[in-house]
Design a protein around this ligand. Structure first.
Ligand code: MTE
Length: 315
């Protein structure tokens, strides 16, 4: 898709120059490794985000919007709740358990992850099922690299993800009204999980992931609706059967397992043909909308995974 290999956006546009230079020094050589080792889990990890070819020509969504207009029901159901209510959440220390149908199950700390996987900076279009979108410079690494490390068995067909449960730090998980049966869960088919576009993100813009965006580590799948991007992951399990997904459990007629961005298949209650870019002038009456692209513009990279599937049935 022509829109996918866009003009180069200089990293200086995304990252303040001083940070970028510092980042270069940090990546470089043994001194960098030592600095990481000595700094414990409080390290400013995503400073190692190396720019890549994964970019789009679209204007970046201002960081202010990316970090204040969020869905993260563990902190409340309004878009402003996650930024307002996630201050007490402690993303470090952290570890992820990776198991199920693998030869080498492991428990990795964030330190292990930052040392083992080189971080990349990728600019992705993100499209929410609620028909708004953003363009976000993520910092992260391909999920496939993590899967390689645990050596999936031949019987592993899906990857299941689970978010942390911490009612003491997540106000949305306590109290009378519980919109979701915790933990928040989601999953991908193995080929989707291994697709080079699929990232585990540890930062955005020039920061480690803010709490409201899924600190310290979350999934980013740019050709799927935003709800597949499960946040604050503590468990990854390789399975033979299709894993449960929170929104599919809540409303199976509205949210399917696949959740691929598709302007031709409407949500039962609204159209998916167009979208509103957050942070951009949406016109005098909020009416200016842009066309939604098949697979959110990533058809060249992902369409072949769904050849022969009826996308109206597998929505
Ligand atoms: N992950 C968890 N654990 N809890 C959630 O409520 N919301 C999802 C997804 N991941 C959610 C979640 C939805 S609906 C969206 S649109 C994206 O997170 C939003 O990610 P962002 O806030 O980083 O844009």
């Amino acid at each position: 898709m022509s829109a996918f290999r866009p003009p180069h956006i200089p990293e200086s546009e995304v990252t303040p120059k001083a940070l970028y230079l510092k980042r270069r020094q940090i990546i470089g050589g043994a001194a960098g490794a030592l600095a990481l080792a000595a700094s414990g889990e409080a390290l400013a990890a995503p400073l190692t985000g190396k720019p890549t070819d994964y970019k789009v020509p679209d204007k970046l969504t201002p960081k202010k919007d990316v970090t204040t207009y969020n869905n993260f029901y563990e902190f409340g159901t309004d878009k402003s709740d996650p930024a307002a209510n996630s201050g007490a959440f402690k993303p470090l220390p952290w570890s992820i358990e990776i198991g199920g149908l693998v030869a080498k199950p492991q428990k990795l700390s964030m330190d292990d992850i930052m040392k083992s996987f080189p971080m990349e900076q990728r600019i992705y279009r993100m499209r929410c099922v609620e028909a708004w979108s953003m363009v976000i410079p993520w910092i992260g690494f391909p999920l496939a690299s993590l899967l390689d490390r645990v050596e999936p068995l031949g019987s592993a067909k899906y990857v299941a993800f689970e978010t942390v449960v911490r009612p003491d730090q997540m106000p949305g998980q306590r109290g009378f009204f519980q919109p979701i049966s915790w933990p928040y869960v989601d999953g991908l088919r193995m080929d989707e999980a291994r697709n080079p576009l699929t990232l585990l993100a540890t930062g955005l813009y020039d920061e480690t992931l803010p709490n409201q965006n899924g600190a310290p580590i979350r999934l980013v799948v740019p050709w799927k609706y935003g709800f597949k991007g499960i946040k604050s992951i503590v468990k990854i399990t390789l399975t033979e059967k299709e894993p449960p997904c929170t929104w599919n459990i809540i409303a199976p007629n509205e949210y399917g397992f696949y959740a691929n961005v598709n302007p031709h298949v409407d949500h039962p209650r609204w159209s998916q043909a167009t979208e509103r870019r957050i942070g951009e002038d949406s016109g005098l009456f909020g009416g200016k909308r842009i066309d939604t692209l098949m697979f959110n513009g990533y058809a060249d990279q992902v369409a072949s995974m769904y050849t022969g599937m009826d996308l109206r049935k597998y929505f």
